[in-house]
Design a binder for this molecule. Structure first.
Ligand code: ZN
Length: 147
């Protein structure tokens, strides 16, 4: 497959993800929540987590923003459910490295969220892609403080 075709495929997947986001909405029993803004683009993302038995039992996001921020929120929430806070922290760091550098030693930890690595070609959109992940890191940190 040519690079252009591959780029088009990724674009389609990202558009699908943004148009039909998974885990979009609010949780009934969130244990922590955080709202982050990306002023450079106007993205607003509210993330709710439900931590149970040392794992992320459920996650949901709401708010509004561009295609990249919405797709990233959908992919992020889908990937962190069932993970421990330590695993999520590793994923957040890996995702940030991936969209900044375009490659990481082990992108497998991100599973389907690694399709956003093409964002590294568009530095202005990196904050759009990392917004949801920063929210996850912050929600976990604040959750620990309340414990
Ligand atoms: Zn954006």
């Amino acid at each position: 497959m040519s690079l252009t075709k591959l780029d088009q495929l990724y674009r389609q997947v990202i558009l699908d993800e943004a148009n039909h986001p998974r885990h979009h909405g609010v949780l009934v029993n969130p244990t922590s929540q955080v709202t982050l803004r990306n002023p450079s683009c106007g993205d607003v993302l509210k993330l709710q987590l439900e931590l149970k038995d040392g794992k992320v039992a459920d996650a949901a996001f709401s708010g509004s923003g561009c295609t990249i921020s919405q797709a990233s929120g959908s992919l992020m929430t889908d990937q962190i459910i069932g993970k421990t806070p330590a695993e999520v922290e590793t994923m957040v760091e890996t995702f940030s490295d991936l969209v900044i550098n375009g490659s990481v030693p082990d992108e497998k930890v991100l599973a389907s969220a690694s399709i956003l690595k093409g964002v590294h070609q568009f530095p202005a959109r990196i904050k759009c892609a990392t917004l949801a992940w920063k929210a996850a890191a912050q929600a976990l940190t604040e959750g620990e403080q309340h414990d």
